[in-house]
Design a protein around this ligand. Sequence first.
Ligand SMILES: C[S@@+](CC[C@H](N)C(=O)[O-])C[C@H]1O[C@@H](n2cnc3c(N)ncnc32)[C@H](O)[C@@H]1O
Length: 255
Amino acid sequence: MSNKDAAHPHRPDLQSFGRRKGRKLSPRQDALVADLLPRLRLDLPGTGAVDLSNAFCAQSSSSDGASDSASIADSKRPRDVWLEIGFGGGEHLIWQSTQHRDVDFLGCEPFLDGVVKVLDAVATKGLSNIALYDDDARELLRVLPAVSISRAFILFPDPWPKKKHHKRRLISKVTLDLLARVLKPGAELRIGTDIADYARVILAAILRHDSFNWPAKGPQDWRVRPSDWPQTRYQQKAEREGRSCSYFSFKRADR
Ligand SMILES: C[S@@+](CC[C@H](N)C(=O)[O-])C[C@H]1O[C@@H](n2cnc3c(N)ncnc32)[C@H](O)[C@@H]1O
């Protein structure tokens, strides 16, 4: 392994994402990053597990009194937490969190432009069920409480098409081990990809893993996008460019 590839000593994983910043943000976007992101950001503890019971309280300040009292009532009962890793432009995260107001969503994405899109949706749609981690999901997975996540999504992880970069691919035994620890028994893990050889690698890793099952009965189960799996920007681009997509649904096995 070259020095360039060596993981940072405090970051055991090779970087699986590309750039963290794109174009210059507008003044409104800068303000969202300065004011709203710190309220939604999940701070990881130095030791021990992150406390999810407080993670979704410091949300957007709603001007709607009715929804405030609804959130106070809701906060008294445990809510399911769904995790999206690498949400990109946030299309799927925003859709799911709008459809499922009774679920809390942890969105993880190091690319600031994508984070800003979710901040904008939180502010304009008054979403109060999203917390964000704007860095490597594997750091978050290591400190999430065990058996705390009811559903997880990894949609179109970076393909890293060159063979010498395959080791940067996010889906690996290490990531599946981290997910297996935090997912509840029976929890769904959805993974999408438009890269045929990555699809084979993902399936092989899942089938080898004791903690996951693949309940698919036939090709329609992964060739057809489920109606509650909204299109993402990346997926639309893949289809425009003629690549067919796999929509995998795996299950965390019972413990
Ligand atoms: C190809 S894009 C797909 C984005 C989105 N899911 C979609 O379908 O449009 C992959 C995304 O995963 C993010 N990503 C890559 N490695 C990650 C990691 N270790 N933790 C969190 N996000 C990651 C990248 O920043 C990028 O936005």
